[in-house]
Write a protein that binds this ligand. Structure first.
Ligand code: SF4
Length: 208
């Protein structure tokens, strides 16, 4: 098989970067975690802070065995697969291999592509710029909506209607708008207590 075929089967994947850090946001805030950031995204968020991830062709394509071997070099056994948009790829083979080595698998996704993979925690962060694929709504363990504009509150409520009933709901101020929106988010959550607040604590800690 050539590289294109191997990527299509999820046996090789474009890797932008991988690093061991502390998960800064969402349900697993504060947990040591190994991040696998796959290259490639077609969602196009205007405020995206990893725009360099968008072009998958810029990043080396690695065998999933190599990706997992590198993760095993660190003591933590929580992996977060992110991007880019990781569901552009079939994540079945990578997550099966990670789980066979004892990792807990989390994903951060906009849900813009069909769901794949075996995940212990699915953080679904829908974006206005590309409609989510319907397969994400039953899979989501956490709905995390980034607040960049006042209209994002209505967008958040729309998606809360669509996710499964066990899905945790969080609002997270976009970093550059945090000062403006934190007071609004606090009021919103106090009045609608199904919503909780997520902050990008890794940015406060100045870690990746
Ligand atoms: S989905 Fe994520 S990686 Fe893609 S443009 Fe939006 S914020 Fe950036």
């Amino acid at each position: 098989m050539n590289t294109k075929e191997l990527v299509a089967k999820g046996l090789e994947l474009p890797l932008m970067e991988a690093f061991y850090t502390i998960q800064g946001e969402g349900r697993f805030t504060g947990y040591p975690a190994y991040f696998i950031r796959l290259g490639g995204c077609d969602v196009g968020c205007v405020w995206c802070d990893v725009k360099e991830s968008w072009d998958s062709g810029k990043w080396p394509v690695l065998a999933i065995e190599k990706i997992v071997e590198d993760a095993l070099a660190f003591p933590g056994r929580l992996v977060v697969i992110t991007g880019g948009e990781p569901l552009m790829y079939d994540l079945g083979p990578l997550t099966a291999l990670l789980k066979s080595k004892g990792f807990t698998t989390n994903i951060e996704t906009s849900g813009a592509h069909p769901f794949s993979g075996d995940f212990d925690w699915v953080c679904f962060s829908p974006k206005k710029f590309k409609k989510p694929h319907p397969s994400i709504y039953q899979q989501a363990d956490e709905l995390k909506v980034v607040v960049f504009h006042q209209s994002d509150f209505a967008f958040a409520e729309e998606h809360a209607e669509l996710v499964n009933s066990n899905c945790e709901q969080r609002l997270q101020p976009e970093w550059s708008k945090a000062e403006k929106f934190i007071p609004v988010i606090i009021d919103f959550a106090k009045n609608r207590p199904k919503w909780k607040i997520s902050l990008q604590t890794h940015k406060f800690m100045d870690i990746p």
